[in-house]
Design a protein around this ligand. Structure first.
Ligand code: DGL
Length: 273
């Protein structure tokens, strides 16, 4: 039975990518009550200007925190986390757990000295990402790849649409470098959408690499902020989207295994964003 006193958390992304993080959190803490919030009207964030991302996330957080009074918020989106975490932490008295490129783990994993960060065009441009590389990987050969379409391809795959191998390979090929026999051996999945198609990525990869998915580490971080589970119950799940989708039945099927049974559409006020 669900525990009505179990902590309530919000997991936020621009689209369905945050489900890769939600899955790891559910595995660690099945009892949590979860609101999955997706700014589907703003997707993809990777192509939006920085001020627009900041404005949209700010408005959504204000509305959602007032509505559900969460105990914690996970910004399960690298494109947003690399911009908005300091202002959110300053504005609200609850913990915000972010998702930022796993540069440090990659620097510790690579044997060849060549690793790549596969992310949205927005994330690769961020000062935050540059600072991570400067701090943890200054001595290594790091390739930053801004994949313009990969998040949308991951969503299409999840919705059961046909996505060609060639389209996926086109997005990830620049992450594979061969410098006189030394090859990229590690790739950071620095967009939460990408682990959702991990099998497809591995299948089309020009050679085998270690893919770094930060979701389990994020789930561990979340649990450190919350009181231990009191029951073995399963917490409820609800999704809030900012735009309706034409294929709501398909969406219900996608969300059900993540324990999300209710879907609500609440648009953002257009003039303001
Ligand atoms: N899932 C998001 C991330 O982790 C971004 C996808 C997008 O909206 O471009 O960066």
């Amino acid at each position: 039975m669900a525990d009505a006193a179990a902590p309530h958390i919000v997991v936020f992304d621009s689209g369905l990518g945050g489900l890769s993080v939600l899955k790891a959190i559910r595995a660690a803490r099945p009892d949590l009550r979860i609101t999955y919030l997706a700014d589907t009207a703003g997707f993809p964030y990777g192509n939006l200007s920085e001020p627009r991302v900041v404005r949209r996330v700010g408005m959504l957080m204000e509305r959602t925190i007032a509505q559900v009074s969460p105990d914690l918020v996970v910004i399960a989106c690298n494109t947003a986390s690399t911009l908005v975490l300091p202002s959110l932490r300053a504005a609200y008295p609850i913990p915000f757990v972010g998702t930022v490129p796993a540069v440090k783990p990659a620097a510790e994993t690579t044997r060849s000295g060549l690793f790549s960060v596969l992310a949205t065009p927005g994330t690769v441009k961020r000062d935050y990402t540059q600072a991570l590389i400067h701090t943890f990987a200054f001595h290594l050969d790091v390739t930053l790849v801004g994949a313009a379409k990969l998040a949308a391809l991951a969503e299409a795959h999840l919705r059961g649409e046909r996505v060609d191998d060639a389209a996926i390979l086109h997005e990830i090929r620049p992450a594979f470098k061969d410098r006189k026999g030394r090859r990229t051996d590690t790739i950071v999945l620095a967009c939460t959408h990408y682990p959702l198609i991990a099998d497809r990525l591995a299948a089309v990869a020009p050679w085998e690499v270690t893919w770094i998915d930060p979701a389990p580490a994020i789930a561990r971080r979340v649990t450190t902020f919350l009181p231990p589970a009191r029951s073995g119950g399963i917490g409820g799940g609800r999704a809030v989207f900012t735009a309706a989708t034409e294929r709501e039945d398909a969406l219900r099927e996608i969300l059900a295994p993540f324990g999300v049974s209710e879907i609500v559409v609440e648009p953002l006020v257009r003039e303001a964003v």
